[in-house]
Design a protein around this ligand. Structure first.
Ligand code: KG4
Ligand code: ZN
Length: 339
């Protein structure tokens, strides 16, 4: 099949609490990227409520798609393919996107391309700096903490993953312990910048050489420290606690990423996922990569959190590779990222 380099792909993302649609040309040029966030709705529950998320996606998806087409100044007929997040994510939320994508594609007689959410996060970077292979990507979001090896487009190999909580999840849970609103990551970051990491918290390096992560012990250590201080009637400095927690998470994330690059001989490290928005992580990675002579790609803030442009970008490369979904395409909350 001849590769249409300037193809227009409509991306759809509904895996969690963002309803998003985007039009991307040639896997690179973002013509529109509409993101309707439900964050305010879920904040009072302290986290994403799956049923509420699904219902909101149903209410918003058609408007969001229409807006993406309007913003991009293209008609439905001009779209070459629809790329949609198939998983992982909340099943009810994913289903809304998959159903909308199939309906759009079949009505227009164009292909639907299923996309893995993490592939999307990685390809978000491609929208600003073309991916250069081989690369290692540190993917850190609310649901994932993974080190991925990519020798070329569309080939993903897992080098390490979290054995319990994801990094973003750990930020959110510790924020909850500190009575901070959801999502906790930005709140912890705000406090951390005003504190010093004076509290001694554990770093889970795991067995020697392991590229896996574990954050649940750190969360428990924070909880125990809070209880101990309370029992003794001592004051705990929230800013210093946030700084100490963030320091413990970032040190492990950064050092394991550097090790993964050295182990594989990759030239480039790429950051992806919602936690990439953390300025401490961005600064620390930059410093360490400079020291080690590793090239680093960091996504702009607007492409760190969930959005459909990243799905359209990843989907375009799969479209060129001949990946297609059919009428049986279904949401898959446990979808794995295979090579
Ligand atoms: O990628 P994302 O938008 O959604 C998932 O696919 O999970 O990531 C959301 C996660 C949340 O856990 C949120 O607390 C975290 O990213 N996050 C941050 C920051 N901004 C968002 N974590 C630390 N520092 C931040 N500045
Ligand atoms: Zn995400």
């Amino acid at each position: 099949m001849e590769k249409k380099t300037d193809c227009l792909v409509l991306g759809i993302e509904t895996s969690c609490d963002e309803t998003s649609a985007s039009v991307v040309r040639g896997g690179k040029e973002v013509l529109s990227n509409v993101v309707s966030s439900q964050m305010d709705l879920h904040r009072r529950f302290g986290g994403v409520v799956p049923e509420v998320a699904s219902r909101k996606h149903v209410e918003r998806i058609t408007y969001v798609i229409d807006q993406a087409l309007t913003d991009a100044k293209v008609t439905k007929k001009e779209i070459d393919a629809v790329a949609v997040t198939q998983g992982p994510g909340l099943v009810g939320a994913l289903l809304v996107g998959v159903a909308a994508a199939k309906a759009f594609a079949f009505a227009q007689g164009i292909p639907v391309v299923p996309v893995h959410h993490i592939a999307g996060h990685i390809y978000g970077n491609h929208l600003v700096t073309p991916l250069e292979f081989p690369l290692v990507s540190l993917v850190v979001s609310g649901g994932h903490t993974e080190l991925i090896w990519m020798p070329e487009h569309n080939r993903f190999e897992k080098l390490g993953k979290t054995r319990d909580d994801a990094a973003g999840e750990a930020f959110d849970k510790v924020a909850r312990l500190l009575n901070l609103p959801y999502p906790g990551g930005p709140q912890i970051e705000r406090l951390a910048t005003q504190g010093t990491p004076q509290y001694d918290l554990p770093r889970a390096w795991l067995e020697p050489g392991s590229l896996d992560f574990s954050f649940s012990g750190l969360k428990s250590a924070v909880m125990m420290l809070m209880q101990k201080k309370k029992q003794k009637g001592e004051q705990l400095n929230q800013e210093d606690l946030a700084a100490s927690f963030q320091d413990a998470v970032l040190e492990v994330l950064v050092e394991k990423s550097i090790k993964a690059v050295k182990d594989t001989g990759a030239k480039r490290l790429l950051l992806a996922g919602g936690v990439s928005a953390n300025s401490g992580l961005r600064i620390r990675l930059k410093e360490r990569c400079e020291e080690e002579g590793i090239e680093l790609t960091i996504p702009p803030l607007e492409l760190c959190t969930d959005n459909a442009a990243m799905i359209a970008a990843a989907g375009t490369y799969q479209y060129w590779d001949g990946v297609r979904g059919d009428s049986t395409l279904n949401a898959n909350p446990g979808l794995t990222l295979t090579s």
